[in-house]
Design a protein. Sequence first.
Length: 76
Amino acid sequence: MMPRLDGYQTCSLIKRNARYKTTPVIMLSSKDGLFDRARGRMVGSDQYLTKPFTQETLLDAVQVYGALSRNNEEED
């Protein structure tokens, strides 16, 4: 059985995996501190959104990173 992972650990695992390292990760959190944001960047998150966030903000991020992900797939 796999132990419970937090978002930072999960993101780190995704980014360390050769197959998924280019997969965009948008972290959603209630933690808005400078340390929390920095930790998100350190583990490889592409964007760190804090609650409360708007639907528009989330959809914008998904569209941006979805387009980048598709472009990366086309280059491979």
